[in-house]
Write a protein that binds this ligand. Structure first.
Ligand code: F0G
Length: 435
């Protein structure tokens, strides 16, 4: 169907065949061709200057929905939503650390740290919109497959909304903090004897058959929320876009969301030009990077393997729209090894910033792009850190306490007797035996 007459404020449209359905249609895929749906908005009925004025006025405002770094942008996220399930979320900082300029090779690197969200990852931005929409369509339960962050976020927002949540996660490899959060917030948690790609296929079937509302990033309302990572970033930069935005990529929901945010922001006069996107995958989970290297002539599916478990995904669901995002922004896709990810993470952690392993892929990728000459040292770059350092304590303790030989960044703890002499020995004091 196509809307012929006056368009509603928002509707959904199929990215593959152009079929249009109403905003409140709960199915995640097009009912004609099974393509992924996208939310479309009528251009805001106020000027870009007025939009910027409203976004600025709401920033840091009193508690309430507009205090959210997602709902502050509601005219371009979900204008028709009247009551929203908001923590609030967003309002994440832009950080600058000289040590990380040096490490990555650019003169002035900014880090947008999405780990500062309420459940510790960017997923909260998509989930506040997704769970709001679930209530609007009268869903009786919500569900997702996850490598851990989506499930933690879904569990928290479903708990707030008072709606049951079902999550499917791989039985092995979900980082400790994420599994613990998911259980604590009260989601019904299924440990599936399979990988993320199998979890996603299974949950998609189940939600179609059981009428449960699916909240993976194939859900277009999640994408609307995740656009605000960039809207907020652009606002923090006074709507002056950087040259590059570098970020980790797995299921490609963020890549799709970033492409849409930039397309709309330019169409609606918020920015004069679009930055280039650089999506970074882990070498063992890099089907998108492989397609990019071959000019997107073919889509690949791989059996994923990486210690950055958040992006251990072999068959990314948002392939098509992510490809559009890369092509439209003259972007690049690359992959980095687990060793490089660990090195980047150690640098980010040692700068006092900290992030989870997958997030560090962004800096590892940036360093490669600088070394390769694809990004000049004087270009303005923002790297997105997607998750909090405490998401994956298991990997951290292994890195610092267990790995043999100790990696360069390892900070081994030292066990001592409860005596001053023992302490002095360690610190190289007078009783340290000549140290
Ligand atoms: N970084 C982190 C910390 C993530 O949790 C994810 C995805 C990504 C990057 C990649 O983002 O999928 O949009 O390309 N985590 C999902 C999950 C898959 O289930 O939590 P993407």
């Amino acid at each position: 169907m196509k809307f012929q007459t006056e368009r509603p404020a928002s509707w959904q449209s199929c990215g593959s065949c152009g079929n249009e359905v109403v905003e409140t249609d709960p199915l995640p895929r097009c009912n004609l061709c099974q393509g992924l749906l996208e939310v479309r908005h009528r251009p805001p009925d106020v000027s870009s200057a007025e939009l910027v004025r409203r976004f600025t006025e709401r920033r840091g405002g009193p508690p309430g929905a507009t205090a959210s770094g997602v709902w502050r942008f509601r005219e371009v996220v979900l204008p028709s939503a009247e009551s929203v399930v908001s923590h609030p979320e967003g309002n994440t900082p832009l950080l600058h650390r000289v040590a990380l300029d040096r490490w990555s090779g650019v003169d002035h690197l900014l880090l947008k740290h999405e780990g500062y969200n309420p459940t510790g990852s960017f997923k909260d931005r998509g989930m506040t919109v997704g769970v709001t929409q679930a209530l609007r369509v009268g869903a009786r339960a919500v569900a997702c497959a996850s490598t851990g962050n989506t499930s933690a976020s879904l569990a928290a927002y479903a708990a707030q909304a008072g709606i049951p949540a079902l999550v499917l996660v791989p039985h092995e490899g979900v980082a400790l903090g994420k599994l613990a959060q998911t259980l604590a917030y009260g989601a019904r948690t299924l440990l599936v004897r399979g990988d993320f790609d199998q979890c996603l296929r299974l949950v998609e079937q189940a939600t179609t058959d059981l009428g449960v509302y699916l909240l993976n990033s194939i859900n277009p309302f999640r994408i609307e929320g995740q656009k605000t990572i960039l809207l907020e970033l652009l606002q923090q930069l006074s709507w002056e876009p950087p040259n590059w935005i570098v970020f980790p990529a797995g299921n490609l929901g963020n890549t799709a969301a970033f492409g849409k945010a930039l397309r709309e922001a330019r169409e609606w006069g918020l920015i004069p030009r679009v930055p280039r996107l650089a999506a970074v995958q882990a070498e063992g989970a890099a089907p998108f990077a492989r397609s990019f290297a071959e000019g997107f002539s073919q889509r690949y599916r791989v059996k994923a393997e990486t210690l950055a478990t958040a992006i251990k995904i072999g068959d990314p669901a948002s392939y098509e729209r992510a490809m559009a995002a890369i092509l439209e922004t003259n972007g690049v896709v690359l992959s980095v090894s687990d060793t490089e990810i660990l090195e980047a993470k150690a640098a980010i952690d040692a700068a006092g910033v900290g992030c989870e392993p997958a997030s560090a892929a962004s800096l590892a990728g940036l360093r490669r792009l600088v070394q390769r000459g694809a990004i000049g040292p004087g270009e303005s770059v923002v790297a997105i850190l997607t998750g909090h350092i405490l998401k994956d304590p298991g990997l951290l303790l292994n890195y610092h306490q267990v790995m043999e030989p100790p990696p360069a960044g390892a900070n081994r703890p030292i066990e001592i007797e409860p005596t001053l002499a023992a302490l002095e020995r360690v610190l190289g004091g007078p009783n340290s035996g000549g140290g």
